[in-house]
Design a protein around this ligand. Structure first.
Ligand code: ZN
Length: 311
């Protein structure tokens, strides 16, 4: 089976990660953490995908996509910093990605997003979860420098997701939106990303590019093909005021969905909590409710999207 080969490849590659010690301790007794990039030499093959159509037939041509990276955010008190896992850096150290308006799977320059409702959280109602994700999408859409249009695609009755399918979960490996929130996955899903990841990874965004030329419009960034976001059902999600605020994390993940990377330097304080400088939605770890765009988030988003779709 092609899928099981990929899975074995991922697991054997991930063992390498545990050998790395990326953390330093400074004179203040704090653990200084950099937003390190973890490279791997995994050879993840291109995958053929279809656009989900309303009659479940193939809409448009089959496209070849390639899993490029995963960015995860970590839980408060875990003393683990969110990281970027690189699945394929062949031929380029260039880590910036951006959707190419002329190459989008959905064919329109407007951006689409999706909300799964068949992989629910154990702790938050589906309607509250959907509301939190819609709010997060709305917050990004309201950033005023950008002409980026955003619309939600219809929620399907079946579970979707290419990565979930690769990892062996029941999942249709087709594309339902440019940026897809694909539900809450069992804890073990997150152990594929880092040793013990199920206990500290809150959520993850996977970025796919295309097979063939990585930067077709020559903007110096690898063309994003699609984003898949998964949330960890091992955590007590809540709407407004609970232990882990879903809207806060969704805002962060959809920031990755719109091609932003992690930002800010993090420290672990003696009480185990994170402190970031500057504080931003795109900080690599959860440090409390944060449902608004901060200055650096706004600047990052505008730097990427202000000229869309003419770039
Ligand atoms: Zn992140």
């Amino acid at each position: 089976m092609k899928n099981s080969k990929i899975l074995i490849g991922l697991c054997s590659g991930l063992i390498l990660f545990s050998c790395q010690n990326l953390d330093e301790t400074n004179d203040l007794g704090q653990q200084k953490l950099a937003d390190e990039i973890i490279y791997s030499d995994l050879k993840v093959p291109t995958i053929k995908v279809n656009l989900k159509s309303e009659n479940a037939r193939i809409a448009g041509e089959e496209r070849e996509v390639k899993l490029m990276k995963a960015e995860f955010i970590t839980a408060p008190g875990s003393e683990q910093m969110g990281r970027t896992v690189i699945f394929d850096n062949k031929g380029s150290k260039q880590l910036d990605f951006h959707f190419n308006p002329d190459r989008k799977i959905f064919g329109t320059s407007d951006m689409s997003y999706y909300i799964d409702e068949v992989r629910p959280s154990s702790t938050i109602s589906t309607s509250d979860a959907t509301g939190a994700l819609e709010n997060a999408a709305q917050t990004w859409e309201e950033v005023s420098c950008s002409e980026m249009g955003l619309y939600r695609t219809p929620t399907e009755a079946d579970p979707y997701g290419i990565v979930a399918n690769i990892f062996g979960y029941p999942s249709i490996p087709d594309v339902v939106a440019d940026v897809s929130n694909l539900g809450f996955m069992p804890a073990e899903f997150f152990d594929f990303l880092a040793p013990g990841g199920s206990n500290f990874i809150l959520a993850v965004t996977f970025t796919f590019s295309y097979g063939g030329e990585p930067d077709l419009n020559g903007d110096g960034k690898i063309d994003s093909a699609l984003k898949e976001i998964y949330y960890n059902d091992n955590f007590p999600w809540a709407a407004n005021g609970g232990q882990i605020d879903l809207e806060t994390v969704a805002l962060h993940e959809m920031g990755h969905g719109f091609d932003q990377a992690h930002f800010g330097t993090g420290f672990i304080k003696k009480n185990g909590e994170f402190q970031f400088s500057p504080r931003a939605v795109m900080n690599a770890s959860y440090s409390g409710i944060q449902q608004d765009i901060y200055r650096t988030d706004n600047a990052g988003h505008c730097g990427i999207w202000a000229t869309w779709p003419s770039n």
